[in-house]
Design a protein around this ligand. Structure first.
Ligand code: NAD
Length: 350
């Protein structure tokens, strides 16, 4: 089993291995000192893994309840949050009890935000079951729900008490959802690790999943430890995301899955940066090959005008500058502040 410790404002371990779900009761009992918990999961994940989680927890002496939401982004909502608060009250969940997020990023973000706010904060454990959640959303303590005006607009920083990553759970993911997670995995290679990028460029990621996930988690750990509250370095995790948000908006939310939009966003910005001499010649071609071998797209048809208009309001913008993440070559990245004219010039090269 791989164990990665995150030293944020609280310290916690991320345990990675196939088969850990069946041991979750014992693993949690070694960390969390409470007898009562609520599993938050979605209907898909519940059917596949709900019983195994409950059995393991009960075998270790926990009193367990389960709160199941419909799968999909719509469940990261205030309505579900309020229903969950009420459910916790009905079950007499107190400050010393804890929640478990069993599922993908949707369940993780909803549960984490509930844990950050219910009774002014209780513990929660992440058991991520999508590739995206295992390499990204379960690590680092960002939690949120969506509101009508946009995604993740209401949230909190709340680190989990423990993350249990059972790589076997990924075997039931559809190829589509697996590929989406690979978009974020490739992002880690591009921003921080040439060896990881080269490994991913050979394809066959499934043969070495535990190692790949651990490498991504280590990269995210180091970024989060340096900038837990997202005021500087953490921004590099947004490589590809400024264009991705514009692509998602142009296509209509939900039409292009986030992971695919990130894949296209990474390629498009690298291609433009290369033309400007900000990235080494050939970098975008290397990235394109890596995306293709991992069943990810690299291009999206959008006018420069729309790309500019839909991306310029991105969260990473300060009043007159937009900060973009550029990889001069695979394995390294820079945060580049551009004024709006320079940003437009970059976009015109996409
Ligand atoms: N907090 C963070 O730092 C952070 C980072 C990145 C993304 N996110 C958030 O994560 C969310 C996306 O997460 P996601 O991609 O995991 O989506 P998701 O949670 O919606 O899961 C995708 C689908 O996979 C299904 N599923 C989950 N595990 C499965 C399994 N093992 N086998 C079969 N099906 C399974 C789910 O039921 C769902 O239908 C977004 O809301 C995004 O904003 C948060």
């Amino acid at each position: 089993m791989k164990k990665i410790t995150v030293n944020a404002n609280t310290s916690y371990d991320i345990l990675i291995e196939g088969g850990l779900l069946k041991q979750c009761g014992r693993l949690i009992s070694e960390t969390v000192k409470s007898a009562k918990c609520v599993i938050v999961t979605d209907d898909n994940v519940d059917k596949l893994y709900g019983d195994a989680a409950v059995k393991s927890l009960e075998d270790s002496g926990f009193t367990v309840s389960k709160f199941v939401v419909p799968h999909g982004e719509e469940s990261k909502s205030h309505n579900q949050l309020i229903s969950l608060y009420n459910f916790l009250c009905e079950r007499d969940i107190t400050r010393t009890d804890f929640l478990i997020a069993l599922g993908g990023g949707v369940v993780g973000d909803l549960t984490g935000f509930c844990a950050a706010t219910y009774l002014r904060g209780i513990d929660y454990v992440q058991i991520p079951t999508t590739l995206l959640a295992q390499v990204d959303s379960s690590v680092g303590g960002k939690t949120a729900v969506n509101i009508d005006r946009g995604k993740n607009l209401v949230g909190a920083f709340k680190q989990p008490a423990l993350v249990i990553t059972d790589t076997d759970t990924l075997s039931t993911l559809s190829e589509e959802i697996y590929a989406e997670g690979m978009g974020e995995v490739i992002k880690y290679g591009m921003i921080r690790s040439l060896p990881l990028f080269e490994k991913l460029s050979r394809g066959n990621s499934k043969e070495d999943l535990e190692e790949i996930i651990a490498e991504c988690v280590s990269i995210k750990r180091s970024v989060v430890q340096n900038d837990e509250f997202d005021t500087g370095e953490r921004m590099i995790l947004n490589f590809g995301h400024t264009f991705a948000h514009a692509i998602e908006r142009a296509a209509g939310y939900g039409s292009v899955p986030h992971g695919k939009a990130v894949a296209m966003g990474m390629y498009m910005i690298t291609h433009a940066a290369e033309k400007q001499g900000k990235a080494k010649k050939g970098t975008s071609e290397q990235l394109k090959k890596c995306l293709e071998i991992n069943s990810l797209p690299f291009e999206f048809k959008i006018s420069h005008e729309d790309l500019y208009r839909l991306s310029v309001g991105d969260k990473k913008r300060t009043s007159d500058k937009i900060r973009v993440i550029i990889c001069p070559e695979p394995g390294s990245c820079e945060i580049v502040p551009l004024d709006l004219r320079e940003y437009r010039e970059l976009i015109d090269l996409v």
